[in-house]
Design a protein around this ligand. Structure first.
Ligand SMILES: NC(=O)c1ccc[n+]([C@@H]2O[C@H](COP(=O)([O-])OP(=O)(O)OC[C@H]3O[C@@H](n4cnc5c(N)ncnc54)[C@H](O)[C@@H]3O)[C@@H](O)[C@H]2O)c1
Ligand SMILES: [Zn+2]
Length: 334
């Protein structure tokens, strides 16, 4: 089963028409700025923030769908960033055993990453994304004009994933980013968004359920990144900020393992800093505690730790069995 859903490129004014007849879950901030979506059909406003990716909100969405008259032939639309997308995707995958969902991403993070690929879910007290489902959206509506109102910090966090695509698969994009950081005013912003979305879909198409290691490439920077988010407390560091730090740290590890060309970590640190992203561990981070936090990561396999490591821009492979001590040493060398 393919999890790579069709992408529709769309002008902002046309976006609400893609929600017509759907039960719309909308990020409250987005709904306030784009009230036309409130007229597309029944709308449930979701409180902005990671805390809405909870079992409680999921139950609220199910109950709302039932009360608002959703049926097996209804569809759900998700208007917002990754929080609403993941919540709506999981609600749709499970309501009446599954109804279609249309994703209308409004953050850079969601446009290039979270809206595609069919992973959905909510957080549990024990950790992020611990309950969820694979279910491809019916389509993803890409309207980069939404980014005009996205707060700068959110834009930068999404840009971290753009740098990720450049590093794992699109070396020409990496060079483009190094020549000038991505901004909401970049003339090629729409093309960059489309290229990243296509890159994710290509990877997901080749390895939908993360069984061959190819999809794991998308986790570059994320083993360290997720551990940092966990340690800092969810919500302190934006996901993209943690991934930026993670990409530099994991590149340093890759160099130490002899897996990466020397200079990769330095190159990414310079580039990500030019994008306004953090590149070093937050002051006072305990490297051993960070590695312990990685032990609880779902990507752990067998003995040692697993990382998706870049050897040179455009090449990323899953490396397993990395000794925790080697990771601690790499983190301390930063
Ligand atoms: N399913 C996946 O494959 C996948 C991949 C990556 C990340 N994620 C998940 O995505 C979530 C993060 O998503 P995110 O970074 O999009 O954050 P988010 O959904 O929390 O949105 C960030 C903020 O931007 C605001 N906002 C959104 N669009 C706006 C717009 N156009 N104008 C003004 N404000 C706007 C929101 O109200 C919110 O305050 C995390 O929960 C992460 O786990 C999922
Ligand atoms: Zn990510």
């Amino acid at each position: 089963v393919s999890l790579a859903a069709p992408v529709v490129r769309c002008a902002l004014e046309q976006a609400p028409s893609h929600c017509e007849g759907a039960f719309v879950l909308a990020d409250a901030n987005v709904l306030r700025r784009y009230p036309a979506f409130g007229e597309a059909g029944p709308v449930l406003a979701v409180r902005p923030g990671e805390r809405s990716k909870s079992v409680r909100s999921l139950a609220r969405v199910w109950e709302w769908l039932a009360a608002a008259g959703a049926r097996r032939d209804s569809r759900v639309a998700a208007l917002g960033g990754g929080v609403v997308g993941d919540l709506a995707g999981f609600a749709a995958a499970t309501f009446m055993r599954g109804v279609p969902v249309v994703q209308v991403p409004t953050t850079l993070m969601a446009m290039v990453d979270s809206a595609h690929g069919g992973k959905s879910g909510v957080n549990l007290a024990a950790g992020k994304n611990l309950a969820g489902a694979f279910a491809a959206p019916e389509r993803v509506v890409l309207a980069p004009a939404f980014l005009a109102t996205l707060p700068a910090r959110e834009f930068r966090a999404g840009a971290a994933e753009v740098w990720k695509y450049g590093t794992i698969a699109l070396p020409a994009l990496l060079e483009r980013l190094e020549s000038a950081p991505l901004s909401r005013r970049s003339p090629d912003l729409e093309d960059v968004v489309a290229a990243c979305a296509a890159c994710k879909l290509d990877i997901v198409g080749r390895d939908p359920y993360e069984t061959t290691g190819e999809r794991a490439a998308l986790n570059f920077g994320h083993t360290v990144g997720h551990a940092l988010e966990k340690l800092a407390g969810y919500g302190k560091l934006r996901h993209g900020e943690a991934v930026a730090i993670g990409m530099v740290a994991e590149s340093r590890l890759a160099e130490r393992l002899g897996h990466a060309v020397p200079g990769l970590a330095r190159r990414l640190a310079v580039g990500l800093a030019s994008q306004g992203l953090p590149t070093g561990l937050p002051d006072g981070t305990d490297a051993e505690a960070l590695v312990a936090a990685m032990g609880g990561d779902k990507k752990r396999t067998g003995y040692g730790l697993a990382f998706s490591l870049v050897s040179e821009p455009g090449r990323c492979t899953l490396v397993t069995g990395v000794a925790p001590d080697t990771v601690v040493a790499a983190l301390r060398s930063g």
